[in-house]
Structures are given as structure tokens and as C-alpha cells.
Design a protein around this ligand. Structure first.
Ligand code: ADP
Ligand code: MG
Length: 297
């Protein structure tokens, strides 16, 4: 009887838009008491928009956006898509973004490369200072603080080893996220918001969806460590994520849940995939597994 009940569970899962890697997965959902949620692309749409460009004194706004946009065009990060789209939008008709002759990506930090023969890096301010010896001058630091105070994310841009401006991007919470978080609580799960983004943007999103526990400013390795810490405290942890930066944490979690709209690496690292890319599907998945287990017993 057991295998049949499990198969019914997985079949119904497919109907609900939940892909389950194997029937044995359902077992691990039973004791889950904590659910860790990635912010960008999981709780939020991840469809970011560029809302402001702050050039350093003497820098040209259009030129800065063109260099950063060309570089970000090669990255699959949601921030990158916003910057590249905005850069393309401001081009004259028929013009293309400048050529990128070398490209590198530092996970959870930013991107770097050579654009039009110039060394360009775009990402976290601290990373520019530490990795590229391009600390932000006071007026750019102020722009970063102001953006983050509004729950936004600031991308600092360095050209030829000096900070030349800040690009501000803004994201929105998915319409179903607040209801999904409330339903997860009703299932007895404590939600935790986990992000590589700045604490102010994280707090703003957490407040919008009703989450109190926030872990921000963490690297991909830090995401894994955060999940492992919760497990050491005796929690059984589910994690929902979508990015390359979530893969290690998803694999570490007792139940890894990937957004179907996310990256292949995240999907491969997970036990379940939510086809719709909607957090509410995680609620359906946990309900379904519990019901299926009840049938077996
Ligand atoms: P999240 O945990 O919210 O999905 P990430 O770990 O992917 O965020 O990124 C953490 C931070 O690193 C971002 O908020 C951003 O500041 C910076 N970052 C990462 N990738 C890029 C990129 N391609 N361009 C600019 N900044 C980036
Ligand atoms: Mg993400």
C-alpha cells in the first residue's frame, strides 16, 4: 500500500504544479518546523527596475550606464537584467551596447570585466572597496544609504579602478507572498528571510510579507551556514530559493524547494520544484506531503 499512496501523492503533486524528485522526499517534510525563504526571485518577483543613476562628480550618466549595462548583459542575476535593460533603452535607435572583451562573475558580489577597453566592476560597495581598491567617495556612500533606507538595492560601479557611480534598482513583493507566509505559519512553520542583499532592503521586504526573522548580507556560503546553524539548534529546515547563490543552502536543507522560474543549478540541488514559481505552491507541497503521509499510516 505504501508505494501506491506515495505515487498518488506525486501524481497529485504534478497537478498542483509541484515536481517531486522521488517519493522518499515526502517523508522529510513531516518534521519540518522552519522554512527559510530566499528574498530576490522567491519572495519578490526578481523583476527589478532601474530607478535611479547617481554619477560621481564629473561622470556622465549615460556613459556609466552603458558600461555597466554591457557588463551586466552577460550575467543572469535579476539586478543585472534591470541594469542591462535600462542601458539598452537609452541607446539611440540602431545602436548596440559596447563590446565586452572579458567577463567574470563573483557570486553574491557582482560582475567585472573589460568593456570598450576599460576595466569595469559593478556590485556591492564593500566588494568594490575590498576586491577592486575602489572605495566609494562620501557622496556615493550617501546615495547607497538613501537607496537602502527605501528598501532598494544599490549597485556601485567602478571604472579603471575608481568608483564612478551608483545604480539603484527596485524590486516588488510577489502578490501571493504575504498570504503564502501566513499559510506557512498556520502549518506550524517559522519563516526566516535569507538574503545576500543589504539588511535595510531585507527588512523592508520582511515587513511587507510578515516575517520577523531576517538574515541579510550573507554570501552563498553564508546561506549554507545559516541553514546548518538552524539544524544544529535542532530545527528541521525547508528552504525555498531560485538562484545559483541558493544551491548550496538548498542542498543542505532537510527539504530543498526550488522555484521553477529559477536557475537550473537551484532546481538540481532541490528535492521539490514549484513549477509556477509562486510561493503559495510551497504551501500546497507541504500540505500534500503531510496528507499523503497520513494516508500511508
Ligand atoms: P539574494 O540572496 O537576494 O538572491 P544575491 O546573493 O544573489 O542576492 O546577491 C547579493 C548582493 O550581491 C546583491 O544584493 C547585489 O548587491 C550584489 N550582486 C550580486 N550579483 C550582482 C550583479 N550581477 N550585479 C550587481 N550586483 C550584484
Ligand atoms: Mg534569489
Amino acid at each position: 500500500a505504501t508505494p501506491t499512496a506515495l505515487l498518488v501523492g506525486t501524481g497529485r503533486g504534478a497537478q498542483l504544479g509541484v515536481l517531486i524528485k522521488g517519493p522518499q522526499i515526502l517523508e522529510s517534510t513531516r518534521r519540518v518546523d522552519t522554512i527559510v525563504l530566499d528574498k530576490t526571485g522567491t519572495v519578490t518577483t526578481g523583476r527589478m527596475k532601474l530607478v535611479q543613476v547617481v554619477p560621481a562628480s564629473g561622470e556622465d550618466t549615460a556613459a556609466l550606464l552603458r558600461l555597466a549595462g554591457a557588463l551586466e548583459d552577460a550575467s543572469e542575476h535579476p539586478i543585472a537584467a534591470a541594469v542591462a535593460a535600462a542601458a539598452r533603452d537609452q541607446l539611440p535607435p540602431g545602436a548596440a551596447l559596447p563590446t565586452v572583451s572579458s567577463f567574470g562573475n563573483s557570486q553574491g558580489q557582482g560582475v567585472f570585466g573589460v568593456v570598450d577597453g576599460r576595466a569595469v566592476a559593478a556590485g556591492r560597495g564593500r566588494w568594490l572597496a575590498e576586491q577592486w581598491s575602489a572605495p566609494l567617495p562620501p557622496e556615493l556612500l550617501e546615495a547607497v544609504t538613501a537607496a537602502e533606507a527605501q528598501g532598494r538595492t544599490a549597485v556601485a560601479v567602478a571604472v579603471d579602478g575608481a568608483a564612478r557611480g551608483v545604480l539603484v534598482v527596485s524590486d516588488t513583493v510577489k502578490a501571493t507572498s504575504p498570504a503564502a507566509v501566513a499559510a506557512l505559519r498556520r502549518l506550524g512553520l517559522s519563516p526566516v528571510l535569507l538574503t545576500g542583499d543589504n539588511p535595510r532592503a531585507a527588512r523592508s521586504v520582511a515587513a511587507q510579507v510578515g516575517i520577523e526573522t531576517v538574515i541579510a548580507d550573507v554570501s552563498p556560503a553564508g546561506k549554507l551556514a545559516a541553514v546548518a546553524d538552524l539544524q544544529r539548534q535542532g530545527h528541521v529546515v525547508a528552504m525555498v530559493g531560485d538562484g545559483v547563490n541558493d544551491a548550496a543552502a538548498l542542498a543542505q536543507a532537510d527539504l530543498g524547494i526550488a522555484m521553477g522560474t529559477g536557475t537550473d543549478v537551484a532546481i538540481q540541488a532541490s528535492d521539490l520544484t514549484l513549477v509556477r514559481g509562486d510561493l503559495y505552491a510551497a504551501v500546497d507541497a507541504i500540505r500534500l506531503s503531510r496528507r499523503t503521509l497520513a494516508t500511508i499510516k
